[in-house]
Design a protein around this ligand. Structure first.
Ligand SMILES: [Zn+2]
Ligand SMILES: [Zn+2]
Length: 253
C-alpha cells in the first residue's frame, strides 16, 4: 500500500490509500475541484478510486464527498447515523452503510469508534498485502480500544491538533477552547506523544501527524515534541506532517 494525505486540518481533510488493485479515499472534506488538483499533484489517478470512506459528519470531512462520488460514480461508505444528518448533501450518491469490518477491493477495513462530537465517530484500520495502516483523527481522548486497534500498525496517521498552551492563550472563545480540549474534541501534541510513548509501536515505520490547528498549533512544535518522544524511547519511525495546503508525497508501506 501507499498513502498520501491530500489535505489535513479544519479547512478540509482527505487521504488516499493506494494498492495495486485500486484506491480508497478516507474523507473528502475539500471541494471536488481542490481534491482533483491534489490528486494530480501527487500523480494519483482519480479513476482508480473505488470508494470514499467517511469518518464522521463534520463538514471538514464530507464537503467534497457528494460531488466526488457522483463524478467518479463510486460509493460512499458511511455509518447510518452520519448519513441521516447528511442525506441532502449526498443525494444521488450510492451509499453503503458500514458498522463492522468490510472490504473494498483488496482492502479490509475495520472501523472502530472514537470519542468526538460528530454524530458517529470512527477511526479505521486498513489492511492489505499483510500490512496495516491506521487512520485516527478527530479524537478527544484515547481509549483502550484505540490503543488495541493501532498498536501493531505499519503506518499510523494520528491527530496532533493543538499545543495546550497555545490553545489556552489563543484567540478562541472560552466555550470553543473547552470543546477542543474536552473528551469529545481533539488530541493535543502531548496526548499524541503520550500515546506513542506508551505503545512503543515497534512495527511502525511511518507516523503522520495530522489535523494540526492553524491557530492553536505550530507545525515545528508538533514535530519537535514527537521527535523528542521518538528519541527518548529509541524508536525509529519516519515522522511526517500532513498539511492543509498541499498533498504530501506518497509513503510506501
Ligand atoms: Zn475535523
Ligand atoms: Zn470533527
Amino acid at each position: 500500500m501507499k498513502l498520501s494525505v491530500l489535505s489535513s486540518g479544519s479547512g478540509g481533510n482527505s487521504t488516499i490509500i493506494n494498492s495495486s488493485e485500486g484506491s480508497i479515499l478516507i474523507d473528502a472534506g475539500i471541494t471536488g475541484k481542490k481534491l482533483f488538483e491534489r490528486l494530480e499533484s501527487v500523480s494519483a489517478d482519480a479513476h482508480t478510486i473505488m470508494g470514499i470512506i467517511i469518518t464522521h459528519d463534520h463538514h471538514d470531512h464530507i464537503d467534497g464527498a457528494g460531488v466526488t462520488a457522483r463524478k467518479l460514480k463510486i460509493p460512499i461508505y458511511i455509518h447510518r447515523a452520519n448519513f441521516e444528518s447528511l442525506a441532502e448533501k449526498l443525494e444521488k450518491c450510492e451509499i453503503i452503510f458500514i458498522e463492522n469490518e468490510f472490504k473494498v477491493g483488496s482492502f479490509t477495513i475495520i472501523p472502530f469508534p472514537i470519542s468526538h462530537d460528530g454524530t458517529a465517530n470512527y477511526a479505521y484500520n486498513i489492511i492489505s498485502g499483510g500490512k496495516k495502516i491506521s487512520h485516527v483523527t478527530d479524537i478527544g481522548v484515547v481509549t483502550e480500544t484505540v490503543k488495541f486497534r493501532i498498536k501493531d500498525s505499519d503506518l499510523l496517521v494520528l491527530e496532533s491538533n493543538h499545543d495546550i498552551k497555545m490553545l489556552h492563550e489563543g484567540p478562541y472563545p472560552w466555550y470553543l477552547k473547552q470543546r477542543i480540549a474536552g473528551n469529545k474534541g481533539h488530541l493535543s501534541n502531548i496526548s499524541a506523544g503520550n500515546l506513542i510513548s506508551e505503545l512503543r509501536c515497534t512495527k511502525m515505520k511511518n507516523l503522520v501527524l495530522a489535523h494540526l490547528s492553524k491557530e492553536n498549533n505550530d507545525p515545528a512544535l508538533a514535530f519537535d515534541s514527537m521527535i523528542r518522544i521518538r528519541e527518548e524511547h529509541l524508536m525509529n519511525f519516519n515522522l511526517h506532517l500532513a498539511c492543509q495546503n498541499n498533498a504530501m508525497e506518497f509513503i510506501e508501506v
